[in-house]
Design a protein around this ligand. Structure first.
Ligand code: G3H
Ligand code: 13P
Ligand code: ZN
Length: 314
């Protein structure tokens, strides 16, 4: 099947009351871990590349690595649908570059602009993308935390206004919408109790029936990885994510795409730290990166089966 857009994936996810996982990719081991997990659970999967990932790895490398994963699957007779998506596209030019180079989906993140500017920019990307068979995710509302180089404080985070969301989708023609209901990027999401505004999600679902909603900042920050990091020389006390039962609830509602990056970082770091501490004689990167890749695979399988519910939906 190779690379596809997320259109049919989201239609099925909406009807079926589950969500598709969108995992951030930065290198070969991450891509392999995620794709192996999706293969073993027969799940659709979205591989997403941020502007930071493009800067780190070089856009050509990442695209070719994802294409390699699709080619290996084809050769092995594995038929899972995969989307290659731009995460938090900062401007029209980056979206255009990804569309021109074979991405099947792009996000234009105009949430830093005011409503009218966000509408205008999103519309421009939608026109360019749709003419080339590519789908577009947009964002309305601000998440707390770090988005690339932009730091949004908790008090400045703005929940998405449901009436504005309805108007935004109708005026821009975007294919999915990222909303702010209390999640945030990174590993420190809540100081006290975790709280998400399911009332806002429900109201948006009513105003835009059948329309796919995206949840960013949706890592659950597994406490076993936090403990491993801290035990083996790390220092990330108090890291806390979105409880998995909240993600499951969102997946049964209008949320069709759930974004996960921090959990991949934690799984890799915890395992590499453990390897360095327990086996100080190891200096072959394949040993510790191999262990990290297995940890990514196991974590993604758990998400697919126990949280997102998209296993056997390929
Ligand atoms: O939304 C943020 C993602 O976790 C990507 O992070 O910009 O550091 O690659 P990054
Ligand atoms: P996390 O930091 O919660 O993994 O969020 C990732 C994300 O939203 C990527 O766009
Ligand atoms: Zn995000």
């Amino acid at each position: 099947m190779g690379l596809v857009t997320s259109k049919e994936m989201f239609e099925k996810a909406y009807q079926g009351g589950y969500a598709v996982g969108a995992f951030n990719v930065n290198n070969m081991e991450i891509i392999q871990g995620i794709v192996e997990a999706a293969n073993e659970t027969n799940a659709p999967v979205i591989l997403q590349v941020s502007a930071g990932a493009r800067k780190y790895a070089n856009p050509i490398y990442l695209k070719k690595l994802v294409e390699a994963a699709a080619e290996c699957n084809q050769k092995a007779g594995k038929d899972i649908p995969m989307v290659l998506h731009l995460d938090h596209g900062p401007d029209f030019e980056t979206c255009k570059d990804c569309i021109d180079s074979g991405f099947t989906s792009v996000m234009i993140d105009g949430s830093k602009y005011d409503f009218e500017e966000n509408v205008a920019l999103t519309k421009k990307v939608v026109e360019y993308a749709h003419a080339r068979g590519v789908v577009v995710e947009a964002e309305l509302g601000k998440l707390a935390g770090i988005e690339d180089d932009v730091q949004v404080n908790e008090k400045d985070a703005m929940y998405t206004d449901p009436a504005q969301a309805e108007e935004f989708v109708k005026r821009t023609g975007c294919d999915s919408l990222a909303i702010a209901i209390g999640t945030s990027h990174g590993a420190y999401k809540f100081k006290g109790e975790a709280k998400l505004r399911f009332d806002i999600l429900e109201e948006i679902g009513k105003r835009l029936p059948g329309f796919p909603i995206v949840l960013h900042g949706a890592s659950s920050v597994p406490q076993e990885f936090v403990a491993m990091c801290n035990e083996y020389g790390g220092n990330i006390p108090g890291a806390k994510g979105v409880p998995e039962e909240m993600l499951r609830k969102a997946a049964t509602m209008a949320v069709c795409k759930i974004n996960i990056d921090s959990d991949i970082r934690l799984a890799m770091t915890a395992n590499i730290r453990e390897c360095f501490t327990k086996s100080p004689e190891v200096f072959d990167p394949r040993t510790y990166l191999g262990q990290a890749r297995t940890a990514v695979k196991d974590m993604v399988k758990h998400k697919i089966v126990d949280v997102l519910g998209c296993d056997n939906k390929a």
